[in-house]
Design a protein around this ligand. Structure first.
Ligand code: UD1
Ligand code: CA
Length: 476
């Protein structure tokens, strides 16, 4: 029975990013780089390739090696991983050694150590599983991931002898022009025998540049006549992010991967080139995404929706059969069969119940709109609770902020808020109540009542036409 620990290196200064933000906290398809690596590591055991080797399961959380700005990363990832500190950044070999204490404290003690770099976020769980599997089959001392890359690149080159046996990895800085022409490159994912790794790292000499290179272990193992296995991955798995040009390249690759995942799962994407979907987003089948649409953060879209063109949806939940045209949703909840737009905005806390229709140029914030409610052009509902089947006509707004505090507006069911009504909160409009066009409502309106004017006054009861008496306090 084998067990493995995973070590993720993220202590480098990331100088080439030219950023105040820690490199692994830069975002790719909406999530930090390190999150992508951790996700791949966490899903290794569930990949199908790994299935025949189910006795090789690690229950360990990964050990992340951090240097400067450790707090920033720890705050973002918390209990999800163990942390090891590499106080001085003396190279990737030195960084792995910094994880020794944390790895050796794991129980059961792992016999294998899988090492990934925090700046290589596109590596997939299947590929990691394949490396561990290959390592076990070959009974290797080291197994690592390579890829084929034509043309210049900053990856280490794999040097093999004429029989194809790996002799070492040569870094670009130290490579001869002839070695630079080698098209097999080091992806930066390795599986090591733990019992060989620690003593070899402890004895590793500094290279002429003053660093301890993890890659130098390959040459040492080769000279010792040990088994070195390789797994060849695609260049996509390998994309390393050292600068923002590479960040953008990785973004493009990952986005394509995400779009394809959704298309294979039954989502129609009219124009993949202008459709952006974050990694965490879920979309139901037969939903159609029209051009210039962005689905971001923790967004869930139901089946049979039409989104776009030109819609941006962030951290929101959208039910089945909704239509969202040229509109923006942020932290909003839409139940089934809601129509929004064109050109409307649902801000945080907007909850539109089943069948709501939000017309054009409408804004909803921190408000509940009951089933089948219609809210039309140029209207704003903030901090409001609105019953079912109510109609908010053009230009109506809640005046919810008095300069100091926000106040709530409550509108009953089947009410009719006439064009250009201003609802001065706190205020309650009863069930089936009407406001006349241009009303400024400063006092509560009972059920079945029509009010109008500035400020709005009682006009008549809508319950029985013959009842012309005003409610208490309204007679004048
Ligand atoms: C490294 C490899 C190279 C490979 C490439 C793949 C070495 C010497 N070179 O080069 O062969 O083709 O990755 O992407 O390993 N780190 C630490 N502590 C340190 C130094 C680095 O934790 O002291 C971390 C970094 O945060 C980073 C990772 O190790 O996540 C790789 O370091 P980086 O400097 O980016 O190496 P590359 O030049 O990309
Ligand atoms: Ca790198």
């Amino acid at each position: 029975m084998h067990t493995y620990a995973t070590v993720v290196l993220a202590a480098g200064k990331g100088t080439r990013m030219r950023s105040r933000l820690h490199k692994v906290l830069h975002r790719l398809a909406g999530s930090p780089l390190l999150d992508h690596v951790l996700k791949a590591v966490e899903t290794i055991p569930s990949t199908s390739i790994f299935a025949p080797f189910h006795d090789t399961v690690s229950t360990h959380r990964p050990v992340v090696v951090l240097g400067h700005d450790a707090e920033e990363v720890e705050a973002a990832f918390g209990e999800r991983c163990h942390y090891a500190l590499q106080e001085e950044q003396l190279g990737t070999g030195h960084a792995v050694l910094a994880a020794k204490e944390a790895v050796d404290a794991l129980s059961p003690l792992p016999d294998l150590v899988l090492v990934c770099y925090g700046d290589t976020p596109l590596v997939r769980a299947e590929v990691l599983a394949q490396i561990v599997t290959e390592h076990i089959i070959k009974q290797a001392t080291i197994t690592f991931l390579t890829a084929r890359s034509k043309g210049p690149s900053d990856f280490g080159r794999i040097v093999r002898d004429i029989s194809g046996r790996v002799q070492g990895i040569v870094e670009v800085k130290r490579a001869t022009p002839e070695q630079l022409r080698i098209d097999e490159i080091n992806s930066g994912v390795y599986c090591f025998e733990r019992s060989w790794l620690w003593p070899t790292l402890e004895a590793l000499p500094r290279n002429p540049g003053g660093e301890y290179y993890l890659t130098d272990l390959i040459e040492i193992a080769s000279q010792q006549g040990r088994e070195i296995a390789t797994v060849q991955g695609t260049l996509d798995d390998t994309v390393g992010i050292n600068n923002r040009v590479q960040l953008a390249q990785a973004e493009q690759l990952l986005r394509r991967r995400i779009l394809e995942r959704h298309m294979y799962a039954g989502v129609t994407i009219l124009d993949p080139a202008t459709t952006y979907i974050d990694d965490e987003v879920e979309i139901g089948p037969d939903t159609v995404l029209l051009p210039n649409t962005m689905l971001m953060g923790r967004t869930v879209i139901g089946a049979d929706c039409t989104i776009g063109p030109g819609s941006t949806i962030e951290h929101s939940t959208v039910g089945e059969r909704c239509i969202i045209r040229q509109s923006v949703l942020e932290e909003a909840t839409l139940e089934a069969e809601v129509r929004v737009g064109p050109f409307s905005h649902c801000r945080p806390g907007a909850h539109l119940a089943r069948g709501v229709y939000l017309g054009n140029y409408a804004e909803v914030k921190n408000s509940y709109l009951g089933p089948q409610t219609q809210m039309h052009h140029f209207s704003y509902m903030g901090d409001a609770t609105i019953g079912s089947g109510t109609n908010i006509a053009a230009g109506s707004i809640t005046s919810n902020f008095d300069g100091k505090e926000k106040h709530r507006t409550i509108i009953g069911e089947g009410a009719f808020i006439g064009c250009d009504t201003t609802l001065v909160a706190p205020v309650t409009i009863g069930n089936r109540a009407y406001t006349g066009a241009g009303a400024v409502v400063t006092r509560d309106v009972p059920d079945d009542t029509l009010v109008a004017g500035v400020p709005a006054r009682f006009l008549r009861s809508l319950k029985q036409e013959e009842d012309v008496s005003a409610p208490a306090g309204e007679k004048q």
